[in-house]
Design a protein around this ligand. Structure first.
Ligand SMILES: Cc1cc2nc3c(=O)[nH]c(=O)nc-3n(C[C@H](O)[C@H](O)[C@H](O)COP(=O)(O)OP(=O)(O)OC[C@H]3O[C@@H](n4cnc5c(N)ncnc54)[C@H](O)[C@@H]3O)c2cc1C
Length: 463
């Protein structure tokens, strides 16, 4: 019997536990114990139902393009819970000199592919629009080193594009700044496009043309997918399929140490022996538990930065719902001087998540902006959100309810050189047989990537 310890009960650890159960059912002689420090499994996947609204404390959905989370839902028998975003209403605004300006049609992430909507948009100055036109002639470019997303985007479209689009879009995903994130780790497809085509605009147009040739006029899948009952339901469903006696909550692991060809895991006063360990923790926490086993690996893991974030859910009545603009919500460039980074109009993005007579807003602070308000009380944070929503949307109404959720160092920041660091981590990990790493610190921060990382960790250990 191979005994595996899984450390961390977020979606990465739960996916690993589920994969071990599947292996066991397939005839492998394998067993596991999952250690979770908090009283609850699921990590940052947390949903509250308030006044009929589905309020997501952590992730509210995942990108449909990455299949692993949706595939897992189908495997778990909850495929009927999958819910696409209401893309007919998809419109995102960028706060520009205090006004909400719609992102122009044809913008693929940050690459303009339609001339007229971009040409007429007040989001960009004429100087940037000229840069966009010139970008189409950018020659193929093999860069032999990693660089920040900001440097990469600036080379193609100029600094305004970094401020108005790249930075706000990435803040919403990583809670970090384009100036600190690695283009190779965060936008690998763009780095590859540059290598091959030079111009990102030409590369996007070629990709679209190829898609058309291969797939004809297929209906596009929704951009985001979530679950009817909320993201926590995914974690709960996995837990319901696991062996209850294998799940230890309130069990913070302090250290793992190699011993006699296996591993000893220490949690509180208890130590237990295993053949293998999957560390499914944020990289910083993984560094901590590995301190005695491998100082070198600890140093590399501790070098992966994390940022903190705060989400605020606000519920309003029918009048507010009628008065809000259409669309999914807005992003705030740092240059606008606000503390909010983004707000989602949940009732438009996932309409059934709020009754018809309710408006549901999800507001987001991250990085330095979250740190600035971290020590304030919930009501003070709600006060800041309300003041900024009044400035941006003219929204003065008193919310029917509010919820504030704080996530300390939960979002990994893939800094410049991240892929080289991953190679070094992999080399050091291989020196410790029976150790696997999963989680959002390595090859993708989103829920689907974390699901895949848990499953792959099991695959590395149980062949
Ligand atoms: C506010 C927010 C919004 C997000 N929005 C989205 C989104 O919309 N879409 C998307 O795809 N992704 C989103 N993400 C990212 C994604 O949700 C996370 O990257 C992912 O859920 C992380 O899962 P995990 O299991 O790796 O880590 P976590 O969920 O952080 O779980 C780690 C677990 O380990 C436990 N733990 C820590 N130390 C120990 C220890 N020593 N011993 C035992 N247990 C320990 C913790 O208590 C925790 O339960 C968001 C993240 C946040 C914070």
């Amino acid at each position: 019997m191979t005994r595996i310890a899984i450390v961390g009960g977020g979606i990465s650890g739960l996916s690993a536990a589920y994969a071990v159960e599947q292996k066991s059912r397939a005839g492998f002689d394998v067993d596991y114990v999952l250690y979770e420090a908090s009283p609850q499994l699921g990590g940052v996947l947390r949903t509250e139902i308030v006044d009929g609204c589905v309020v997501e404390a952590g992730p509210d959905s995942f990108v449909t393009e990455k299949p692993w989370a949706a595939d897992l839902c189908r495997e778990l028998g909850i495929g009927d819970q999958l819910l696409g975003s209401n893309d007919a209403e998809r419109k995102t605004y960028i706060l520009t000199r205090g006004r909400l300006v719609e992102m122009p049609d044809g913008l693929m992430f940050l690459v303009p592919t339609k001339i007229l909507p971009t040409g007429f948009s007040s989001l960009f100055s004429w100087k940037t629009k000229l840069r966009m036109a010139r970008e189409l002639f950018h020659p193929p470019h093999a860069v032999d080193h990693d660089e920040s997303v900001a440097a990469f985007v600036e080379r193609h479209y100029g600094a305004e594009m970094v401020d108005r689009l790249a930075d706000p879009l990435l803040s919403g995903v990583y809670g970090g700044e384009a100036a600190n994130l690695s283009v190779r780790a965060v936008l690998p497809r763009f780095a590859e496009m540059e290598r091959k085509y030079g111009s990102l605009g030409r590369a996007m147009l070629a990709a679209r043309e190829n898609g058309r040739k291969q797939g004809g006029e297929r209906t596009a899948a929704p951009l985001f997918t979530s679950l009817n009952n909320g993201m926590q339901y995914l974690a709960e469903t996995i837990v319901a399929r696991l062996t209850p006696s294998s799940l230890l909550t309130n069990a913070a692991v302090q250290a793992i140490l190699p011993e006699s060809g296996g591993w000893v895991v220490s949690a509180g006063m208890q130590s237990d022996h295993f053949d293998a360990v999957i560390i499914a923790l944020p990289a910083r926490a993984a560094a901590e538990v590995l301190r005695m086993a491998s100082p070198d690996l600890t140093a590399e893991l501790a070098g992966i930065d994390y940022s903190s974030s705060i989400t605020v859910g606000l519920g309003y009545g029918a009048d507010v719902r009628r008065s809000l603009p259409p669309g999914f919500g807005f992003l705030v460039p740092r240059s606008e001087g606000k503390r909010l980074l983004a707000a989602t109009f949940v009732h438009n993005k996932f309409p059934h998540r709020a009754p018809e007579d309710r408006a549901l807003l999800r507001c987001f602070f991250a990085g330095g902006n979250a740190e600035k308000v971290w020590e304030l009380s919930d009501s003070q944070i709600v006060g800041i959100v309300r003041a900024e929503l009044e400035q941006v949307l003219g929204l003065q109404a008193e919310p029917l309810f509010s919820r504030v959720y704080r996530w300390k160092s939960a979002m990994a920041q893939y800094g410049v050189g991240h892929l080289d660091r991953l190679q070094r981590i992999e080399g050091l990990r291989l020196q410790l047989p029976g150790l696997a790493l999963a989680g959002n610190g390595y090859r993708g921060i989103g829920v689907p990537d974390c699901v895949r990382s848990g499953r792959d960790a099991v695959q590395q250990l149980v062949q």
